[in-house]
Design a protein around this ligand. Structure first.
Ligand code: RRO
Length: 313
């Protein structure tokens, strides 16, 4: 079988992508230049940085640190503000791939206003980020089920494109169950799981110090070492929501085999964060080639063929 005959296309909430890989929000997607470079890359979609009403510079530096196995960040939502992204999105259509607008905010009303404003330019999909771990004094909304439900009900009313939610990792089946029933009630169309593992602490033993400045060194953990947590969340939500909600797997993807594992657990597509930041956009080409090789070796002809096929013992 010819590698190129393997079909890596997929759909997210009915929206077609030619390749099942894209950037994770935050990774190389803040500026116009970065968004255009994603358009020219092998990414199957362009995801924007999570946006707020006003432009933000974000937290003080150093605010990102990579190490063997992963990264820790406390960027603090640096972004151009939603009016600017709303202006940029129409021109990004020339790249001929879906555009996913990521919406965040400092309060509930920010999310509603951002979603309404972005809806006027009709991105292909909208991802509501309920899981930024890096705003001092602002807990992750995804860990407050009542607040998440209230917010999503309001946002749902103003969004007419397929709407998804970016969730933090959950560590107990009871939490997966509560969140899954809430997502079904609000009629969410897709999920991105997971955001970084929030409020981790990396220590430099030489310097006897933390490695990032904000929040006393606490930040969101990403990269290969969070893959098992990501896979568990993909699998748990896939089992609870199977058929009704598309899942984008995010977390720990370095190789084509990592993508394959996310697909087996039930993801329809994946997002790549730390690896893209560290390696650049050519990571998409490498991982795509590796994924083709894995699927060919395993005898799968498409993403659809292996999706959700994880065997239990
Ligand atoms: O900007 C950030 O600090 C950030 C965000 Br909004 C997020 O959703 N996840 C993350 O790890 N960092």
């Amino acid at each position: 079988m010819n590698d190129q005959s393997i079909d890596l296309s997929t759909t997210i909430a009915g929206v077609p992508l030619t390749v099942c890989m894209m950037n994770a929000s935050g990774a190389r997607c803040v500026t116009q230049e970065e968004l255009e470079a994603l358009g020219r890359s092998r990414a199957g979609a362009i995801v924007t940085k999570s946006m707020t009403p006003q432009p933000r510079e974000g937290n003080p530096e150093p605010r990102y640190y990579s190490f063997a196995g992963g990264s820790i960040n406390s960027m603090g939502l640096p972004n151009l503000g939603y009016p600017t992204y709303a202006r940029l999105i129409p021109a990004l259509r020339r790249f001929g791939k879906p555009i996913i607008a990521s919406i965040a905010g400092l309060c509930e009303q920010d999310f509603v206003d951002g979603a309404r404003a972005l809806n006027t330019v009709q991105p292909d999909l909208m991802e509501i980020n309920l899981s930024c771990p890096n705003l001092p004094g602002k807990p992750q909304i995804g860990y407050d089920f009542q607040a998440a439900q209230r917010l999503l009900r309001k946002v749902r009313e103003v969004v007419t494109v397929p709407m998804g939610v970016k969730l933090p990792p959950y560590f107990d089946p009871a939490h997966h169950e509560v969140m899954a029933s809430l997502l079904a009630e609000v009629e969410v169309d897709f999920l991105s799981v997971i955001n970084s593992v929030g409020n981790a602490l990396v220590v430099n033993p030489e310097a006897e110090s933390v490695v990032i400045k904000p929040k006393g060194g606490f930040g969101g953990l990403g990269g290969h070492l969070i893959k098992p947590v990501a896979l568990a969340n993909v699998r748990a939500f896939w089992k609870l929501l199977h058929g009704r909600v598309t899942i984008i797997g995010t977390g720990g993807i370095v190789t084509g085999t990592d993508v394959f594992e996310h697909l087996l657990c039930g993801a329809s597509a994946v997002q790549i964060g730390t690896t893209l930041v560290e390696e650049g956009l050519q990571a998409f080409d490498r991982i795509e080639t590796e994924l083709r090789e894995v699927l060919q070796k395993k005898g799968y002809r498409s993403v659809h063929d292996c999706q959700g096929k994880l065997r239990e013992l």
